[in-house]
Structures are given as C-alpha cells and as structure tokens.
Design a protein around this ligand. Structure first.
Ligand code: UDP
Length: 242
C-alpha cells in the first residue's frame, strides 16, 4: 500500500455499477476509455488496502425484460442478460489487469474456459490475497437483477457495505434531472426506500440488504476520485440502512 494512501474504516466492500456506466456517451455497448476511468477509481481504492468485490450489470448490452417485451421467452432473455454481464466483467478485468491489479472473474454460470466457477471459499481466499473479484452472470437465475446478485454476494463475502455507483450523488425524493427542487437524503431507511419506491435498487435487493443489515451507499461514479473519497468519509452520498 502506498505510504500516502488515505485511511478508511472499510476492509471489504462491494462495488455495484450498472452496465450502462460502461457505455460512455455511446448509448450502447462498451466504451473502453470509460471502462478504464472506472478501473482507475477501483485502483485508487485498492491502493488503500481495501478488499474489493464488484458486480457489473448488463443493461448496456441486453436486458431480459426488454427481450421478453419483444416476444422472446423470458428465461431465455434473462440468460442473455446474464451473459451480457460476463462480457462487461471481462472488459473490466482487462482494464484492471492493465493497471497491474490482480483480478478474478467469477461466474454464477459455469463457463470454465472464460471465468472461474463461483465457489464461496475460493472467492474469499482471492479477496484475502487482495485480488479484485468481479462476480459475473448475476445470481445465475432468471427473474433476478444484478442488484440482487450484488447484495447476495456482498452478504456471502461478508462485505461491510454495498457501494452503488450511479450518475447522481445519492438518493433523491424525485428525479434530480427532471426536478430542480429534488432533495437528496443523507440517510434513508430500507423501509422508506421500499414504501416510497425510491429508485435505489429493486425491491428484492433492498429486502435482502435489510434482512441482513447490509448498508447501501449510493454515490456518483462520475465524480473523479468519488469512490475513494466516499471510502475515506468525504463527499456527498446517501446511506441506506435500518
Ligand atoms: N439477470 C438475471 N438474473 C440475475 C441477474 C441478471 O436474469 O441474477 C439478467 C436480467 O435479464 C437483467 C440482465 O441480466 O435484465 C442484466 O442485468 P441488470 O438489468 O441488473 O443490469 P444493469 O441494469 O445493472 O445494467
């Protein structure tokens, strides 16, 4: 760890980002400079000695619900969505390794030629060795989202919190891009998120976090140094907790 690395109270965290975070301004797919920018954010937290789990969505490539809306059988469409997350995970792995960080892509759907299968104890060992673990293929089950996958893996890996990187710096009472008077919460309870349908994560993910007392920290991934700043107690964010 570099001598001048700032301090953090976190030892092990989950970073959840949507697939759309990797597409830059293109509107679809992967934008390599954007992937690298996010990889650098991860690198700066890795330098603090924090053990990092990641889950990346697949919405920049394929979403099951969109496929089924167009007449595709839902479970097949969901498997396609899960495969999209594997592509994103491989792109992030490539960027992180380019920065000299050791990583593992761990897939919930076995595909031994491209990624390790998910074995909990093995993943924990990777984290102890400071390898960034990128959990791919969601939960491996249709009808779920990668938010639920991130919450599930964060619980299994005993992460202290989920950091949900978004385009805005927290959770608002209404869409801050549409309403000037939207108010950001510093803190909000799981139950309020569910009751007020605040757009943090889907309901199954919130319920799973609530039932296991896992805090969710929503912050802006567009802010340079934002991830590291939040881990060292700086910047603006919303904390979702019990
Ligand atoms: N998906 C799934 N099971 C999971 C996780 C994901 O079936 O456990 C599928 C689902 O079709 C979803 C797609 O993968 O639409 C991409 O994931 P998500 O929508 O969560 O991506 P994000 O919105 O975070 O980019």
């Amino acid at each position: 760890m570099p001598q001048d690395a700032p301090q953090t109270s976190f030892n092990r965290v989950m970073l959840k980002i949507s697939g759309e975070a990797l597409m830059g301004d293109q509107g679809f797919g992967l934008h390599p400079p954007t992937v690298e920018r996010i990889a650098r954010e991860v690198q700066s937290v890795h330098e603090m000695g924090v053990e990092i789990c990641m889950v990346i969505g697949g919405g920049n490539i394929f979403r099951g619900l969109q496929g089924s809306a167009q007449g595709m059988e839902r479970t097949t469409a969901d498997y396609m969505g899960m495969l999209a997350t594997v592509m994103n995970a491989l792109a992030m792995q490539s960027s992180l390794e380019g920065l000299g960080i050791h990583t593992r892509v761990i897939s919930a759907i076995t595909m031994n030629e491209v990624a390790e299968p998910y074995i909990r104890r093995r993943a924990v060992r990777h984290l102890e060795k400071k390898r960034v673990c990128i959990f791919a293929a969601g939960t491996g089950n249709p009808y779920f989202t990668t938010d639920t996958a991130a919450t599930l893996r964060a619980n299994e890996m005993s992460c202290e919190a989920i950091f949900k990187g978004t385009k805005v710096d927290g959770v608002y009472d209404k869409d801050p891009n549409k309403f000037d008077d939207a108010k950001r919460y510093d803190d909000v309870s799981y139950d309020d998120v569910l009751a007020k349908r605040l757009g943090v994560m889907d309901a199954s993910a919130i319920a799973l976090a609530r039932d296991n007392n896992l805090p969710i920290i929503v912050f802006s991934l567009d802010e340079p140094g934002g991830f590291r700043g939040i881990l060292s107690g700086e910047g603006t964010y919303t904390r979702v907790h019990g």
